[in-house]
Design a protein around this ligand. Structure first.
Ligand SMILES: NC(=O)c1ccc[n+]([C@@H]2O[C@H](COP(=O)([O-])OP(=O)(O)OC[C@H]3O[C@@H](n4cnc5c(N)ncnc54)[C@H](OP(=O)(O)O)[C@@H]3O)[C@@H](O)[C@H]2O)c1
Length: 317
């Protein structure tokens, strides 16, 4: 894109220029699918702009001049972030700052995504949006810095903090455990970390609903944190059991016979994970004017996609 795109107010309402970052990721690709086909939607992958390069990011933003930015890109390698602190900070803190400052200057709306990993995982009740943050690992610290930069920018929009993002076709716990369940009779999963698995498809649709409200209502709350996760709670063990049951119910045979519970201490990893990832979503429910679906409903939808995709692949082979 060589020339700066300029749109009238009418164009903004009718045909906004929408930038989605992280197009190869779980959420970025779901946002691309959920975007209104009448919009001019530009999806950036790493090959379009390296978000760790602030100069390239600023230049491309000026060229594109989006009215709406959905920042789904992130450095999400939680364990590797312990070693690659500078890179995690560049992508998760510096790039959101550049995007948010640009949005504030230009009047663009921004939805930025964040994580339950900004909280310290203590207690047994859901975190509210105004809870103190105290990340346990480098990834969480980099995301917390990004959240603060976005909040400080003065841009209009929201920081959506979500948890345990998955999609049937993404690289995530859900698809990994199901792949293993096809090969092995016995699996082991952590049972003492509690949260809500969030399907990328639901988060993308929810983002679009929020965006519609923001665009329609100039009084919509200024940039603030909003928890966005399904209702209910489970452990990684409970998530795995439900995924396996739903994929079987969708007709795909699996080898797994038993899923054993283990504790976090039995699965050592470089980054410490929070035990309590429950997010209070009362605010989201009120803003959307409806109840939030249970996490199992979303697992069922993704399980069907997983089963159908694998059945179709095997028929081709
Ligand atoms: N996954 C989770 O369990 C989880 C939980 C809570 C919150 N979140 C948050 O939810 C959001 C979406 O996560 P996700 O699961 O969709 O992540 P994902 O699947 O790992 O996708 C991350 C995206 O960011 C891109 N990216 C990374 N570094 C980049 C760089 N230097 N330049 C340009 N693009 C870069 C990746 O590109 P490549 O494909 O080229 O690497 C990929 O497209 C993130 O803000 C994440 O922090 C995720």
């Amino acid at each position: 894109m060589n020339s700066r795109t300029t749109l009238s107010d009418t164009d903004f309402v009718m045909k906004p220029v929408v930038l989605i970052t992280g197009g190869t990721g779980q959420l970025g690709s779901a946002l691309g699918r959920a975007a209104d086909p009448s919009w001019k939607t530009i999806v950036w992958n790493r090959s379009d702009v390296d978000l760790a390069d602030p100069q390239a990011l600023s230049t491309r933003l000026e060229e594109l001049s989006p009215n709406i930015i959905l920042n789904a890109a992130a450095y999400t390698q939680v364990d590797r972030a312990e070693e690659e602190v500078a890179l995690a900070n560049a992508v998760n803190a510096d790039a959101p700052k550049t995007l948010a400052n640009w949005a504030a200057r230009s009047g663009a709306l921004l939805i930025h995504y964040s994580t339950d990993y900004v909280y310290d995982g203590s207690g047994g009740t859901p975190w509210q949006e105004d809870a103190d943050i105290a990340p346990l690992n480098a990834y969480g610290r980099s995301k917390a810095a990004g959240d603060q930069a976005v909040l400080d920018s003065g841009a209009r929009g929201a920081v959506l903090r979500t948890s345990w993002v998955y999609s049937a076709l993404g690289k995530c716990f859900f698809s990994t455990i199901l792949k293993l369940a096809r090969e092995r009779a016995e699996l082991r999963c952590v049972a003492d970390q509690i949260g809500a698995p969030t399907s990328a498809a639901w988060l993308a649709e929810t983002s679009m609903e929020l965006l519609a409200k923001m665009r329609a209502d100039p009084q919509f709350p200024a940039m603030s944190i909003l928890h966005a996760a399904p209702s209910g709670e489970t452990s990684w063990h409970g998530f795995a059991k439900e995924a396996v049951a739903q994929v079987r119910a969708a007709g795909l045979p699996l080898a797994v016979q038993q899923i054993d519970k283990i504790e976090t201490k039995d699965w050592p990893s470089p980054a410490t994970r929070p035990a309590n990832s429950r997010l209070d979503t009362t605010r989201l429910s009120m803003l959307l004017g409806k109840s939030i679906p249970d996490w199992r409903v979303l697992v069922q939808q993704e399980a069907r996609i997983f089963a159908d995709t694998h059945t179709a692949r095997e028929q081709v082979l």
